[in-house]
Design a binder for this molecule. Structure first.
Ligand SMILES: Cc1cc2nc3c(=O)[nH]c(=O)nc-3n(C[C@H](O)[C@H](O)[C@H](O)COP(=O)(O)OP(=O)(O)OC[C@H]3O[C@@H](n4cnc5c(N)ncnc54)[C@H](O)[C@@H]3O)c2cc1C
Length: 415
């Protein structure tokens, strides 16, 4: 029987502890908060989208950073195996749109409870309010941890499951990176991901709360805006939202994971196609029909049949059509401008919001220094790292938690 220390009682740490202990090891879990799973509790808006039941190939497509590193861990313990495990330990689940899996009760607290119950069943010892400050090693072998009060605790293996930097009030304040760095690991520059984006345009304040459904977005470099062959950096279709500082909502959060690094050095253009289902010709015919049918009405009034009301003053400003213009007076080039700005309603992306609003951290412990089948450090034996602290991140839909479960399982079973 080995003595195994796990640092962090989040998703990855709790699951790893449950598996290590179930395999008969003396398992000690150190958590700086007074409760386990603080972040897990707020996942999925309190419902916990605990995994995604998509085909395995699709799983890897949903991983943004280092999908190949995950092949081994996911093949060994995938979504279906995790769902079987939950069934066995008494948690019923349900599948929703986009293969998102939730507890049947819609309560993330049930996920935390069932994992804690498993830990307790196999004798995991919980140490709350216990912040791990250092790791110690000899001959490239991890020997234990040192707590913030100076207590030194020896062990046969240490699993770091300290999370990243996002939502720091949950306890994820990046200490895992410091612990890993101090013992010789390289940290890939971190940045917030699955996070809203600030725009340069201030008018977003006037339309805050407005959500656009079924829009197509494209993001490209500002300096390629006028070029014939602009390089599209990200493209998506779905729902987005205006906020007091910029843009948010599903397609924007997903985009943030792909363009965050670039946005640090240059401004990017977000072009929204407000009518992706209509070709330019169809849209122009629609304009002609509407303006003909309502000849004497204000243009801004006629446009209400085509756009959300809040957006119309912005569109009029972009097209330089005065608010007092009547439909009959509209010139062909003005209609053309309307068409242009409908198919390419542009904003300038300025910067990502910070970690306090980010669902996940991009970057982290460099995965080239970690064994993909066991999560053991290639630099220091008997030291394992799992979950969000590794340079792994995926889009929304339950994929990030599956990364935590699969990497935790790989480490636990290896021990
Ligand atoms: C608002 C929000 C909603 C989300 N919703 C979903 C969702 O529905 N589905 C999904 O798949 N993903 C979701 N995620 C992402 C998901 O929560 C993370 O991927 C996951 O929690 C990572 O698990 P982890 O165990 O690696 O880290 P964490 O859950 O962050 O746990 C790390 C733990 O380590 C502790 N710790 C840190 N340093 C120390 C130290 N030095 N000593 C002792 N303890 C320490 C922390 O206090 C914390 O409890 C969401 C994230 C957020 C912020």
């Amino acid at each position: 029987m080995a003595k195994v220390i796990i640092v962090g009682a989040g998703a990855a740490g709790l699951f790893a502890a449950a598996i290590v202990a179930a395999n008969g090891h003396q398992t000690e879990l150190y958590e700086k908060n007074g409760v386990p799973g603080k972040k897990l509790l707020i996942t999925g808006k309190g419902r916990c989208n605990l995994t995604n039941s998509c085909e395995k190939e699709n799983f890897f497509q949903a991983v943004v950073s280092n999908p190949k590193f995950l092949y081994s861990a996911i093949n060994r313990f995938d979504q279906n195996q995790f769902l079987s495990y939950l069934r066995e330990i008494g948690l019923k689940t349900k599948i929703e749109r986009g293969n998102r899996v939730f507890p049947e009760s819609d309560k993330s607290s049930d996920v935390v409870s069932v994992l804690v119950k498993q830990c307790r069943r196999f004798g995991v010892k919980f140490h709350y309010h216990s912040k791990v400050d250092k790791l110690y090693s000899s001959d490239h072998c991890c020997k234990g941890i040192i707590l913030s009060d100076g207590t030194k605790i020896q062990s046969d293996a240490v699993i770091l499951a300290c999370g990243g930097l996002s939502y720091p009030t949950t306890g994820s304040t990046g200490e895992g990176y410091t612990l890993a760095k101090e013992i010789g690991h390289h940290i890939v520059e971190t940045l917030p991901a699955l996070v809203p984006i600030e725009t340069k345009e201030n008018w977003v304040k006037d339309v805050q709360g407005l959500s656009l459904k079924n829009v197509r977005i494209q993001i490209f470099a500002k300096n390629s805006e006028r070029e014939k062959k602009r390089k599209i950096l990200y493209e998506d279709f779905g729902e987005m939202l205006f906020t007091h500082f910029g843009v948010s909502g599903p397609v924007i959060l997903s985009a943030s994971s792909h363009i965050g690094r670039l946005l640090k050095t240059e401004e990017l253009i977000l072009a929204i196609d407000l009518k992706p289902a209509l070709s330019d010709k169809q849209l122009d015919l629609r304009f002609l029909r509407e303006f003909e049918q309502h000849r004497n009405q204000l243009v801004s009034r006629v446009l209400r049949t085509l756009y959300p009301q809040k957006l119309i003053p912005i569109l009029m400003k972009k097209t330089k059509i005065a608010l007092d213009r009547r439909a009959y007076s509209l010139l062909a080039e003005e209609r053309e401008a309307l068409l242009f700005h409908t198919k390419e309603f542009c904003l300038t992306l300025h910067k990502l919001r910070d970690y306090r609003e980010a669902v996940i951290t991009q970057g982290g412990v460099c995965v080239q220094e970690i064994s993909p089948s066991t999560m053991e450090s290639k630099k220091i034996s008997r030291l394992y790292m799992i979950g969000e602290m590794l340079d792994l991140d995926a889009k929304t839909g339950g994929f990030n938690l599956q990364i935590a479960w699969s990497t935790a399982y790989a480490a636990a079973m290896s021990i």
